[in-house]
Design a protein around this ligand. Structure first.
Ligand code: PGA
Length: 249
């Protein structure tokens, strides 16, 4: 019922020509994939060129961040309107690297999520616990706070259109993936919270992705979990071979 999403988060990698080449190869090699939604999230500077490559393909474009205001005196920031303008459908919000290195809090995430919806962008809202939090048994509490605050300003109808990504911080870029049981436990819990906030029907429609060291060898086991509806792929999305294998898990 929920169409899986495989999203590539290219982070701060790829110059324009490299991005165009990667996008073109991915397009050529995933052209016949109809049962999954593929999303590419290049850096801001490559959005426009990658959009041109994807023009005649079902692959969607996403950004990795945005400001919470649509315009104004915010030197160096990129607005959601600008992302719409360049052809983005999705925007990753609250990624743990933004939280960790750029001071993004749950209340900043909340403002961004609110604006994404008002602008017509679909947010991929990232949540996840750090290793010390997991070791102290605080995983579910942390997730609850991130979900309840970050998504608190959405209506039930908007909630339905949301995408959430569970990304345990200790699994990002470390080669340590959550086990399918760990992913399922967290993601089932997130869906339960979404049900409390937006109603059961909406919660059943919301795609919850897993992210954190996904590779071609672990994607199938993760995707076999009931509440895992796709993947947010970092490192392995920078290489056409591994990304295409993940798409075709
Ligand atoms: P990774 O990154 O696949 O390199 O662990 C995932 C992410 O940060 O979205």
């Amino acid at each position: 019922m929920r169409k899986p999403i495989i999203a590539g988060n290219w982070k701060m990698n790829k110059l324009i020509l490299e991005a165009v080449e990667l996008a073109r190869e991915i397009k050529n090699r995933t052209g016949s994939v109809a049962n999954k939604e593929i999303v590419l999230c290049p850096p801001f500077t490559a959005l426009s060129s990658v959009k041109e490559v994807l023009e005649d393909s079902p692959i969607k474009l996403g950004a990795q961040n945005m400001h919470w205001e649509v315009r104004g005196a915010y030197t160096g920031e990129v607005s959601p309107m600008m992302l719409k303008d360049v052809g983005c459908t999705y925007v990753i919000l609250g990624h743990s690297e933004r939280r960790q290195y750029f001071g993004e809090t749950n209340s900043i995430v909340k403002k961004k999520v609110r604006t994404a919806f008002s602008t017509g962008l679909v947010p991929i809202v990232c949540v996840g616990e750090t290793l010390p939090e997991r070791e102290k048994g605080e995983t579910l509490r942390v997730l609850e706070e991130q979900v309840k605050t970050g998504l608190s300003e959405l209506t039930r109808e908007e909630g339905k259109g949301l995408v959430v990504a569970y990304e345990p911080v200790w699994a990002i870029g470390t080669g340590k993936t959550a086990t399918p049981d760990q992913a399922e436990e967290a993601q089932r819990f997130i869906r339960k919270l979404l049900g409390q906030m937006f109603g059961g029907e909406s919660a059943q429609a919301i795609r919850i992705l897993y992210g954190g060291s996904i590779n071609p060898d672990n994607i199938s086991a993760l995707m076999s979990c009931e509440d895992v509806d796709g993947g947010l792929v970092g490192g392995a999305s920078l290489n056409v071979e591994s990304f295409v294998k993940i798409v075709n898990y």
